[in-house]
Design a protein around this ligand. Structure first.
Ligand code: HEM
Length: 531
């Protein structure tokens, strides 16, 4: 008897019509056949990993949805080795040699459709933002167009405006220090990061710090939307539309969805307002101000190269949206990680303070601290920053890439074309073969050792290759300026009002940086703010 007939005769009543029998048998047999295929015949069958992950992507969706995949992921690699199968057609890799292969500047590996989900609201442009653009040729041209305005030199043209935000933050924190209350410093750091983006892109702070709050719920909106979008990004493409549809029935009138749309509309309104001010192609009103914010630079690009490069007002909106949505969470996570490491490592904090004071006495530091001063005169502080960002990279999931045509060897194994591979910075950064046996420890001195440049090549804090974070210099400028200023101005102690926790929904965001501040009295000269 043929196997199908055998199954139907055993499992189904004899009087059922043949077609339905066939359908039911298929429903029973197909999953079994799929499991046999994925376990024994699939090109990734030989790679280890959890059983459920090898047969369905839902395992990954569920595990990531728990919000602690950075830790789970490290455990998976500790158990299964450098290559782990996390979905039927996807492996993650933790191996030094794979970094160049996958993310190197000459790599042919491209972003997967995981990124499509993060596209900003449709602005009627065929162009995607830098982050989600999967057309490498188009992306390269766009990156060439934009890279100058994201260079450190260009970012530092706006250094006084970053200082303005630092001034407001120190003023607000001073008032709280006087009251002697415990505060959620983590939230203040995010409000700071948001306001800096407002200054740099739109020519004025969003007003978070002055309000001392998140009046329009933007921070909450990002917190709410990330896990929901992440589920969709992680599931197979075929399930995304039905899932989105079902979700939209529930979400259509939710505050979160509305606030998200409001946030995007806010960006568009600012861009449109500037567009109106400029008049049709009127460059004068753009350059007529003493200040050139990102919008001014973007409109200048539109007006000078827009036709040739196909860069129009909608593209300006896309860029404004990327800065607003990608620039605050990521930077705030880094700042929280640095502050927390210093407050929990007294010896490192003592050295930071000694370095700050000595630099101040020697005239090598102003308040607010200049970026160049931090780079030249605070080597230990800079090492602490790098080390904290290594141990807690803001991005806590893999950066998935497709193996190019013809397949490729990665970490000594061949992967066929179309396989998804990726490295999670939160895993690779703990690799003892790269960072030494104390890889899991906070040891800033590793960045002052002769091996530092060797390890540097494997830091994926800001991604890698042609897809390296374009906003890196904005964040580095903020972090290297504001944190030394903060530590010069205040003593801080953790109050442990809430547990220190992190929630890895791609951006691995922490909660519980609750501190009591007191104004420092031992600084050689009193802080002077303002321009
Ligand atoms: C500490 C702060 C930040 C960290 C740790 C960070 C991290 C990253 C990482 C890891 C990537 C690569 C992602 C991937 O390949 O999947 C990335 C890409 C990107 N980031 Fe950031 N980021 C930060 C701040 C910013 C800021 C301030 C902006 C914008 C103003 C920004 C905009 C972008 C964009 C547009 C990309 C895509 C670049 C491309 O594909 O060409 N990021 N970032």
């Amino acid at each position: 008897m043929a196997p199908l007939n055998l199954i139907t005769s055993v499992l189904l009543p004899a009087n059922l019509p043949t077609l339905s029998s066939l359908a039911i048998a298929t429903l029973l047999v197909a999953p079994l056949a799929w499991v046999i295929y994925t376990r024994f015949f699939h090109p990734l069958a030989k790679f280890p990993g959890p059983f459920a992950a090898s047969v369905t992507r839902w395992w990954y969706v569920r595990e990531v949805g728990k919000g602690n995949f950075d830790k789970t992921h490290r455990k998976l690699h500790a158990r299964y080795g450098p290559i782990v199968r996390i979905a039927p057609n996807e492996v993650t890799i933790s191996d030094a040699s794979a970094v160049q292969t996958i993310y190197g500047i000459k790599s042919k590996f491209t972003k997967t459709d995981w990124y499509d989900v993060w596209r900003g609201p449709n602005r009627g442009t065929k162009h995607f933002d830098q982050f989600t653009d999967r057309d490498e040729k188009h992306h390269a041209a766009r990156r060439r167009l934009l890279s100058n305005m994201y260079s450190m030199t260009s970012v530092l043209e706006s250094e006084p405006y970053i200082d303005d935000c630092s001034e407001v933050l120190m003023r607000k924190l001073s008032a709280l220090a006087e009251r002697g209350v415990s505060i959620d410093l983590g939230k203040w750091l995010q409000m700071y990061a948001f306001d800096v983006i407002g200054e740099l892109y739109f020519g004025s702070a969003f007003g978070f710090l002055e309000a001392g709050d998140d009046p329009d719920g933007w921070i909450e909106t990002l917190d709410e939307s990330m896990p929901a979008r992440l589920d969709v990004a992680n599931m197979s493409t075929m399930w995304r539309r039905p899932y989105d549809f079902l979700k939209s029935l529930r979400m259509a009138h939710s505050d979160g969805a509305k606030r998200f749309a409001d946030m995007a509309a806010w960006v568009d309104d600012r861009v449109n307002e500037r567009h109106r001010l400029l008049g049709a192609g009127d460059l004068a009103s753009n350059v007529n101000t003493s200040r050139k914010d990102m919008l001014a630079k973007l409109f200048e690009l539109r007006d000078t190269k827009g036709e040739k490069e196909d860069f129009n007002t909608a593209d300006v909106q896309q860029e404004g949206w990327v800065g607003t949505s990608a620039g605050s969470d990521t930077t705030a996570i880094a700042m929280r990680a640095i502050v927390h490491q210093l407050l929990t490592h007294p010896e490192a904090l003592r050295r930071v303070r000694a370095e700050l004071e000595s630099a101040m006495v020697n005239g090598g530091l102003s308040l607010p601290v200049k970026f160049s001063e931090a780079q030249q005169n605070l080597p230990f502080f800079c090492a602490c920053i790098k080390e904290a960002m290594r141990l807690h990279p803001s991005v806590g999931l893999t950066m998935p890439r497709l193996v190019p045509a013809g397949g490729s060897e990665v970490a000594g194994q061949f992967f066929p074309e179309g396989t998804t591979v990726g490295i999670n910075p939160a895993v690779l950064h703990y690799d003892p073969s790269i960072f030494g046996s104390d890889a899991a420890e906070f040891n800033p001195d590793r960045w002052l050792s002769p091996n530092a440049s060797g390890m540097d090549r494997f830091l994926l804090t800001f991604g890698g290759g042609t897809r390296t974070c374009i906003g890196k210099n904005i964040s580095l400028a903020e972090v290297h300026k504001m944190l030394p200023t903060l530590f010069m101005t205040f003593d801080m102690e953790l109050t442990h009002e809430r547990p220190w926790e992190s929630h890895d929904f791609w951006f691995n965001k922490q909660t519980g940086l609750d501190v009591k501040l007191s104004k420092r009295t031992v600084m050689p000269s009193p802080p002077v703010f303002g321009r």
